[in-house]
Design a protein around this ligand. Structure first.
Ligand SMILES: [Zn+2]
Ligand SMILES: [Zn+2]
Length: 381
């Protein structure tokens, strides 16, 4: 049986919370069958969250779902993009163009296809991540009345920000190239390279009209929602919290049955950022419903958070043992120790890279450079 995140997109439109519609769009990503585009309805029309992949097929599905829900493209006044993956931002640019919709994303939102000058530098990325960690650790909920203090917490200016000077940042491009841990990741099959090329030529990624930071408030579906910055899966990931309705739009941060990929980065410790912001969303007061970007609505957000944390604890421990057994080793070799062969590749390496950074931060591994690649060794303890 497929996991619920792998189910093909249903054409049904379902109201999953007051004023919140679940509309499923087809996507073509490994291990996923659909993305949930949520419609948040108010007297001006509606806001949509995560409008699918780029391309005409996806656009037709967006229009069809809106029609089933009783809306036209022109009724979309806001598009919220939870993070910079193509199954989430795909039709945002087109909705901006055709409906004049405002496009809201995190301050650090950037995509492969954007002008490299718009990318976030490594130093900037580290600051963004550290701010999220401080804000998550400083959150002393839980009370819906305290929502404004979420905005005012340390490292959480709670205001819109249009970004600092930004310079190029090393990141993994889907069409192959160098990896931050040394070595090269091979280009995908020609057909995939052609598809990426077509995507880059034909579909410009959205340029957010409003870039928000942690704690920013957004008026959607007739009530106030708060942007909760949740880096880990990506640096720019946002969840949306509705204290009044007890709803958390969890994006890819918390999924019902699969654990999202944690992208390693040359800076900081993205797994640490992920774990503390998981704790943050689990501690938000009164959340009774999680609305994920893939899969069904779920009720026990803290329970799901605990299961995901346990998964990472086990995986990190497995990696530590593998590293102790092997001695000084590169990321690729270690990833092949802890992942089954069918998962070998750049995604497995990137996650291993993030887990190694986590061990290193905890003082349980050391790292040095050797022959142009990073070498790690777990320290016995
Ligand atoms: Zn994602
Ligand atoms: Zn996704």
């Amino acid at each position: 049986m497929p996991k619920q995140e792998q189910e093909t997109a249903s054409e049904e439109v379902v109201e999953v919370a007051p004023g919140v519609l679940r509309m499923q769009l087809p996507i073509w990503m490994p291990g996923l069958g659909h993305v949930n585009m949520y419609g948040l309805v108010d007297d001006r029309g509606l806001a949509v969250v995560d409008p699918g992949m780029p391309g005409p097929k996806s656009w037709r599905a967006v229009k069809a779902r809106l029609r089933s829900a009783g809306y036209r493209v022109g009724d979309v006044h806001t598009v919220l993009v939870t993070h910079s993956h193509p199954d989430h931002f795909g039709c945002a640019g087109r909705l901006r163009k055709e409906a004049g919709a405002e496009v809201v994303a995190h301050r650090a939102f950037t995509t492969w296809t954007m002008d490299p000058r718009a990318a976030v530098s490594e130093a900037e990325a580290e600051r963004v991540e550290e701010a999220a960690i401080r804000a998550a650790e400083g959150y002393r909920g839980p009370s819906a009345d305290e929502a404004p203090s979420l905005a005012g917490g340390p490292g959480a200016p709670g205001d819109d920000d249009h970004g600092d000077d930004m310079e190029g940042r090393r990141r993994l491009a889907p069409w192959g190239g160098p990896t931050p841990w040394g070595g090269h990741h091979p280009a995908p099959a020609l057909v995939h390279r052609m598809a990426y090329r077509a995507m880059r030529l034909l579909f410009s990624p959205p340029d957010p009209t409003r870039r928000v930071v942690h704690g920013a408030s957004l008026r959607l579906a007739g009530r106030d929602w708060f942007a909760v910055h949740t880096p880990g899966h990506t640096l720019d990931h946002l969840c949306l919290w509705d204290p009044e309705g007890g709803v958390l739009l969890s994006g890819d941060h918390v999924l019902p049955t699969i654990t999202p990929h944690i992208a390693g980065s040359p800076h900081g410790d993205s797994l640490h950022a992920y774990l503390v912001t998981l704790d943050l969303v689990a501690s938000l007061d009164g959340v009774e419903l999680g609305l994920p970007a893939h899969g069904h609505p779920f009720t026990d957000v803290p329970g799901r958070v605990e299961a995901i944390k346990e998964h990472h604890r086990e995986r990190v421990e497995e990696l530590r043992r593998a590293s102790l057994a092997l001695g000084p080793t590169g990321v690729q070799e270690l990833s092949r120790e802890v992942f089954p062969r069918r998962h070998w590749g750049v995604m497995a390496e990137s996650e291993t890279f993030s887990h190694l950074a986590h061990l290193r931060r905890a003082g349980e591994a050391e790292r040095w450079e050797e022959g142009g690649r990073l070498v790690y060794r777990a320290t016995p303890g």
